[in-house]
Write a protein that binds this ligand. Structure first.
Ligand SMILES: *[C@@H]1O[C@H](CO)[C@@H](O)[C@H](O)[C@H]1NC(C)=O
Ligand SMILES: *[C@@H]1O[C@H](CO)[C@@H](O)[C@H](O)[C@H]1NC(C)=O
Ligand SMILES: *[C@@H]1O[C@H](CO)[C@@H](O)[C@H](O)[C@H]1NC(C)=O
Length: 195
């Protein structure tokens, strides 16, 4: 299988770095797509997965992480969303970057809507979420939500409505596309304006 090219959407990444730099006190969550399509359905982690983790470590290195600075929670998703750590787990940049290094690729389906709902109900409003501090979710995905559970249900439609619920709850949602299969229109639809 041809190795897939990693294509970060530069506009989205630039917007994200701007948010990270401009605000020193934010409750962030990374929502990372660990589905099979990220690694061409190979069972083991691939260069794309390592690049995603490298990218997240570099984003964290630009934040001021701490009890009085920014905090970062981690959610991965495949067949369902998984809360890996919450906003209270890490309070310094080094332990956060080490933890990012250990995050496991899943090689499952792409249940984007479940991950977005998990963020809304368990991360924000959950342990360590600070009142009065902006909530920002950064979604890293190849943008192809599964609809295999029920062929009559459109996975993209589910992702769109879950993204809307998250934004309606006051969370800024930034999407970053990876791999050459990205659905750029869907990623725009999911993001908070300006896109
Ligand atoms: C955080 O801010 C509080 C209140 O301003 C201060 O008392 C505390 O020492 C600060 N903690 C750190 C780790 O900077
Ligand atoms: C996503 O996960 C939820 C909760 O387990 C499940 O109800 C739903 O069918 C899943 N959707 C897909 C597309 O797998
Ligand atoms: C299922 O997903 C595929 C690919 O994303 C899409 O082309 C198709 O229209 C979807 N099916 C339904 C019934 O929504």
């Amino acid at each position: 299988m041809a190795s897939k090219q990693m294509l970060f959407l530069l506009v989205a990444s630039a917007a994200m770095v701007a948010v990270v730099r401009s605000q020193c006190k934010v409750d962030f969550v990374f929502i990372v797509d660990g589905s099979g399509s990220i690694c061409g359905n190979q069972p083991n982690e691939c260069d794309n997965w390592r690049s995603i983790k490298q990218f997240l470590r570099s984003v964290v290195s630009k934040m001021s992480v701490g009890p009085n600075g920014s905090k970062v929670a981690m959610v991965t998703f495949g067949s369902i969303g998984n809360l890996i750590w919450d906003l209270d787990t890490y309070s310094d940049s080094n332990s956060l970057q080490n933890a990012i290094d250990q995050v496991k690729y899943l090689n499952e389906k792409t249940n984007t809507s479940h991950a977005l709902d998990l963020v809304r109900t368990r991360v924000f409003g959950g342990k360590g979420d600070r009142a009065g501090v902006p909530n920002v979710a950064i979604l890293i995905t190849d943008g192809l939500p599964s609809n295999k559970t029920n062929p009559f249900v459109d996975g993209r439609g589910l992702a769109r409505s879950a993204a809307q619920r998250l934004k309606d709850s006051g969370v800024d949602l930034i999407t970053v596309g990876v791999t050459s299969q990205i659905d750029a229109q869907l990623l725009k639809d999911l993001s908070s304006p300006p896109q």
